[in-house]
Write a new protein. Structure first.
Length: 214
């Protein structure tokens, strides 16, 4: 099921979503257009074994890895989910809180993936999907009944967020169970859980954007 858009009007312009899209695109152009991708990914990707060996020297990779992607399909898929689901979370939290929530979600996702691997993996982890998974976790808490217009085959079907995102989470567990390589499924799961856990705390005291469909 591919999400086309959510039927959930936001009241603020999502400036941080715009910024994150630009930063990810800049990172992609830099990686593949201006330098050697292997060198950039090796230097700025999150490597669990390297991090646990030197956390003070490698902490920056928890953040830099969020803005690197391995292919055009990788970045386009991540940015599309950010675009579809991110505006409502930014609307609810406000710009600054949203950015902090996004970054903490990405850090939590990377650390959980590292924990599952026993911090022994020396394969660089890159991509915004851990942070975006935190937004999905927040979305299912805040807007469980919002409709996600999704392509089922070639037919657009409105699906409640709790079903759509619950199905998305199930896919992550199935993918990990099947042993599909090259995807950090536990970063997705960890980011999602972090979003579910953190969103109500972040929401406290946030300026109200107005009424929204829930």
């Amino acid at each position: 099921m591919f999400p086309l858009h959510d039927i959930n009007r936001a009241h603020r312009r999502p400036y941080m979503v715009y910024l994150l899209v630009v930063l990810n695109l800049v990172g992609f152009v830099y990686t593949f257009g201006l330098t050697d991708p292997a060198v950039v990914i090796g230097a700025y990707g999150f490597v669990p074994a390297r991090f646990v060996a030197d956390p003070f020297g490698e902490w920056i990779t928890l953040f830099s890895s969020m803005f690197l992607h391995g292919s055009l399909l990788h970045i386009l898929g991540n940015l599309w989910f950010l675009w579809v689901f991110g505006d409502n979370i930014e609307d609810r939290l406000g710009h600054g809180r949203f950015l902090l929530f996004y970054l903490l979600g990405g850090v939590a996702a990377a650390l959980i993936q590292g924990l599952v691997s026993g911090f022994s993996s020396d394969v660089p982890m890159i991509g915004a999907s851990g942070a975006i998974s935190a937004l999905l976790g927040a979305y299912i808490v805040l807007y469980p009944r919002a409709l996600i217009l999704s392509l089922v085959g070639w037919i657009p079907v409105p699906i409640p967020a709790i079903l759509y995102l619950g199905y998305w989470l199930l896919i992550q567990f199935v993918g990990d169970f099947m042993g599909e390589e090259g995807i950090a499924f536990w970063a997705h799961i960890g980011g999602f859980v972090a979003g579910v856990v953190l969103i109500r705390w972040f929401e406290r005291g946030a300026p109200k954007p107005g009424r929204q469909r829930r």
